[in-house]
Ligand binder design. Sequence first.
Ligand code: NAD
Length: 471
Amino acid sequence: MLQINQIYINGQFVTPHGEERFDLFNPATAEPIAQVRLADEHDAISAISAAKQAFPEFSRTPKATRVIYLKRMHAAVASVEAELTAAIILEYGAPLSRAQWMAKHAASVLLDAANVLDDYAFTRRIGIAEVTLQPLGVAGLITPWNSNAGFICGKLAAALAAGCTAVIKPSEMSALQTSIVTRALHEAGLPPGVFNIVTGRGETVGAVLSTHPDIAKVSFTGSTAVGKQILRAGAETLKRITLELGGKSPVLILEDADLASAVPMAIQAGFMNSGQACIAGTRILVPAHRLAEVEALMVEAVAKVQAGDPNDPATSVGPMVSLKQWQRVQRYIHIGMEEGARLLVGGPGLPEGVTTGWFVKPTVFSRVSNQMTIAREEIFGPVLSIITYSDEEEALAIANDTAYGLQAYILSSDLPKAHALATRIEAGRVLINTLAHEPRAPFGGFKQSGIGRECGTFGLEAFLEPKSVLS
Ligand code: NAD
């Protein structure tokens, strides 16, 4: 079985001090595929020390040098796109088209950051002050398993663009992707210590990053529960903290929407990344008097959703990443049934014809109340809830009645009305009749979906601190 035995510190591939072995599985077959040797606290401290040593010189590099570095990193990651796509399918189970997008995205975020940096003015005059944006110091970057390569590259790109150095703690469940990305980034030839990659557990390596006094900034993507722990842990040293957390995004299908296109789009928003997406549109809000129409279209559209072998180009819902995640999703399907929601399509167990792997039936509940557990908690699987409303005021109230606020979707043929509603939705992003991404616009959550923003200039400034010099 493939062994991943090295981490990356101070520009070198080294054997971790940590000795724990962690199994990686193919979620489509539930078979073990590789073993990773995990870093421990000792390794995390070595990585922080390397990044600290590299900071003074790197923080003073001219902007143009960092643009060149980012472009070299982009080219290096782009050159392993095919290998990365295969690893994403094997280790994570993303369907082919999604995996291809993810691998491309991992490279493109580096180029996006180079372009943002190129256009960014670090110094500006405000009254009698010269205000300079300075890099914060060593950044600790922590990623989840649902888009590990993309988050490694995106967070690193913003940190390095700002002039910070970094220690990355990728998800321990994504070590194949991490090893490919690490090799590529090494080829880009940055000075030693500027970035360090230590795969280990959250409770060990992650905990060191969120408490160590030499870490100035933590950028974390993951669950809300862990995000809160990191915020508490970082308080002692007043770390600057960006948190990209969970969601329970509403999809508002308005009265005037063309249901024939709105329903398939709602399904795509809900089942994206096999439902394992923080931005998944999991609460579908429909006018009460159009419920029967929506239900009929929903059943028809979900019947066309292929759940199964992620290598099959026709598949749009792959397996859950782990047995634990599969069990979690099954538990929520049972809770939905017990709480009295109407199971419209899908349900517990494996999809028809599937006998192995951590697959879930694409599932839609109807007649869900917004107070039910399945409407309140993030399930992180292909399980959607249809909730009815009587008028737009009620739709808005339901949309905002959640602890989360990451993203919302409005499907309508009346654009001015949709835009007016968007201003009243409590979410970091509102998508009107689209599922597109805009990498230059800020991304992040209101309320318990997070703190701070990533992407574009806002993402760059999350690694900077303003200094005013008055004369
Ligand atoms: P998770 O919170 O379990 O783990 C995320 C990372 O944090 C992992 O690398 C893990 O090892 C580490 N970690 C765990 N405990 C830690 C601790 N005590 N201190 C420091 N680090 C620790 O999340 P996950 O299961 O990997 O990912 C799924 C979650 O991520 C979902 O809730 C999803 O909504 C969220 N997510 C959010 C976004 C966003 O941009 N808002 C994007 C993707 C995923």
